[in-house]
Write a protein that binds this ligand. Sequence first.
Ligand SMILES: C[C@H](N)C(=O)N[C@@H](Cc1c[nH]cn1)C(=O)O
Ligand SMILES: [Zn+2]
Ligand SMILES: [Zn+2]
Length: 482
Amino acid sequence: MSAPAHFIDFIDNNADKFIQRLADAVAIPSISGDASRRGDVVKMALFLDNQLKSYGVETKLVDLGEHTLEGQQLKLPPAILGKIGTDPKKKTVLIYGHFDVQPAELSDGWDTDPFTLTIDKATGRLIGRGSSDDKGPILGWVNILEAHKSLGLELPVNLKFCFEGMEESGSEGLDDLIESEVKKGKGGWFDGVDCVCISDNYWLNTRTPAITYGLRGLTYFKLNISGPGRDLHSGVFGRTVHEPMTDLVKLMSRLVDPDGKILIPGVDEMVDAPSEAERAIYDNLDYNIADIEESAGSATALSSDKATVLMGRMRYPSLSIHGIEGAFHGVGAKTVIPAHVGGKFSIRLVPPQTPENINPLVVSYLEAEFAKLNSKNKLDIECLHGGKPWVENFNHWNYEAAKKATEAVYKKTPDLTREGGSIPVTLTFAESLGVNVLLLPMGRGDDGAHSTNEKLDRSNFIEGTKLLGTYLYEVAAITSKA
Ligand SMILES: C[C@H](N)C(=O)N[C@@H](Cc1c[nH]cn1)C(=O)O
Ligand SMILES: [Zn+2]
Ligand SMILES: [Zn+2]
């Protein structure tokens, strides 16, 4: 059963209205990692809740409790649970997405205000923070709901929704919510779910749609080094006291080599080498070094071998150094010795790695390396958040439906990929609901999620909405035959 032609026509005919809705969403700076923006994350939850309700979804906003951020005790933004349709003859698909975004400032190097959706008429790019990650995809689902309500068309499946506002900050509170709903059994919100679909990642390149069966996990650290009672004058105290920044830079330099090799003993070693057959999967993907260099904006790939680069993203761990809190970073030449600095790095994890088996290796290595510095400063190691990796069985009707939908909308066979990023809740859904989970991306490999000038191409938003809608029809068609 392919999607009805009038559904597809509705999407084409209402494209400008859908883009305006995306502009309204992008205008809310729902940055979960910034305490001063917490009100905006809540505003975004209410915006989305209102949209869902207006197209017939029964929703509830769930209070997830409190957490500490930047030394403040804050209420977590509510999660949105929704449902529409209870036909026992239909499959029930659970849709997950997130309405929070990464931080963005014009001064980071954006060409336009990150929270004003800018439409580049020449390229069709819809530029703004969250356009691709993940406001465009979640509004894709809203577009589908609007189309069905306006056309008086019955949805081909029952839908449940779980949208959160903390994904970019470790999905705090969400696992507990899912587990408590699952414990309720029959009356629980997720009761009766047959499969999960998440649209929150990207194609490998700019040409070929993808379906995704794996995500890396994550463990995120902050190394706090403190010593002097306050910031000091380097002319007065240089070569006089142990300097936190000097210790930190030394420690951070011992984490990873410039070629990506992780220097913490036992981390790289935990992952097996690929078989010839597995290597062939990467060799055969529609991807080349130019794709990564184009999306990175530089000719700096770690290897000229495509399979090596792809495996670096999909099936090996990686360690990235993100920044230093408390370090002098402004303009000018301030001659300061910072008193406290916090170095931030994270490790992307692949099976069998988990935060539980990796964190002790990280902590004992850093403590030993710090001891070698003979510094009188103090080191405190904080793990900010983490999540486990996930790999799914793609020989399942859920993936078959996504493949058929991709072929129907894009007239192309999708790349079958593993994503280098992380969505902590994915494994929780897979394990606690015991159902198949699929990632069906909307955006392209050069969207620049988390980066400056993040964009979603107009065609990806519109064709992507058709793709997500068609997928629901394909789920209904395949499972009615089974
Ligand atoms: C893949 C997804 N769209 C995403 O961007 N996930 C984030 C999750 C995260 C964890 N800490 C901060 N953000 C990612 O992979 O970085
Ligand atoms: Zn993200
Ligand atoms: Zn995301």
